[in-house]
Design a protein around this ligand. Structure first.
Ligand code: AMP
Length: 219
């Protein structure tokens, strides 16, 4: 199964990608996660990425395309496919993805667009807290941890991503409007797009995806 999850920041792409990846045993490729790992390494590239990410702007296409193209060459992708989350985000990235897939002789099976309202996005992102140790995701109102600031699963410390602060979230949403939204037409024109509501909560949205993929016997 080769799947792209498309939608604004805060649509829940990462959360659904993790669930689908576990259920379907398909690699989850999140460019945001890859960049956060490199950023944490404090290498030269990490510092560069930090600058883009903390400003809420996109990392240049050449860097992102190279990382994803390399990742798609790995054996696990050949065997099981992939769930792309946060990529592509610009038209040149979508075209680079097409070329990379053509080179390895495969095509996309589905592009899911998670359409989400601005009010929901703002509340989700500014309230999001993540465990430093295990990466579990909480929300100060919607999924509060039992003890404030502490992970329910591993007792790790919870933190707020720098780019989840309100000013940066607004910038990220603007970047999405300006650069990513056109991909909806790009994939719609090729009849590969299926739209679901990113306003639904995690469980409800999972049920909708289950309907979509369950019918194909994938879940
Ligand atoms: P995310 O976790 O997907 O919201 O990504 C966090 C940040 O990483 C974004 O705000 C961008 O700065 C950067 N990023 C992630 N994916 C991409 C991409 N496909 N193209 C450019 N920048 C990206």
């Amino acid at each position: 199964m080769r799947l792209v999850l498309l939608g604004p920041p805060g649509a829940g792409k990462g959360t659904q990608a993790k669930v689908l990846s576990n259920k379907l045993r398909i690699p989850h490729i999140s460019t945001g996660d890859i960049f956060r790992e490199v950023k944490a390494s404090e290498s030269e590239l990490g510092k560069k990425l930090s600058d883009y990410m903390n400003r809420g702007v996109l990392v240049p296409d050449e860097i992102v395309n190279q990382i994803v193209t390399d990742r798609l060459q790995r054996d696990d992708v050949k065997d099981a496919g992939f769930i792309l989350d946060g990529y592509p985000r610009t038209r040149p990235q979508a075209e680079a993805l097409d070329r990379a897939l053509e080179d390895i002789g495969i095509h996309l099976d589905s592009v899911i667009y998670m359409k989400t309202s601005k009010r929901i996005i703002l509340s989700r992102l500014t309230g999001r807290r993540i465990c430093k140790a295990c990466g579990s995701i909480f929300h100060i109102k919607n999924i509060p941890p039992k003890q404030e600031g502490v992970c329910d699963y591993c007792e790790g410390e919870l933190y707020q991503r720098d780019d989840d602060k309100e000013d940066t979230v607004l910038k990220r949403l603007q970047v999405y409007e300006d650069q990513t939204k056109e991909l909806i037409d790009y994939y719609n024109d090729r009849e590969a797009l299926q739209t679901v509501s990113g306003d639904l909560d995690v469980r409800q949205l999972y049920d909708v995806l289950y309907e979509l993929f369950g019918k194909e016997g994938l879940l």
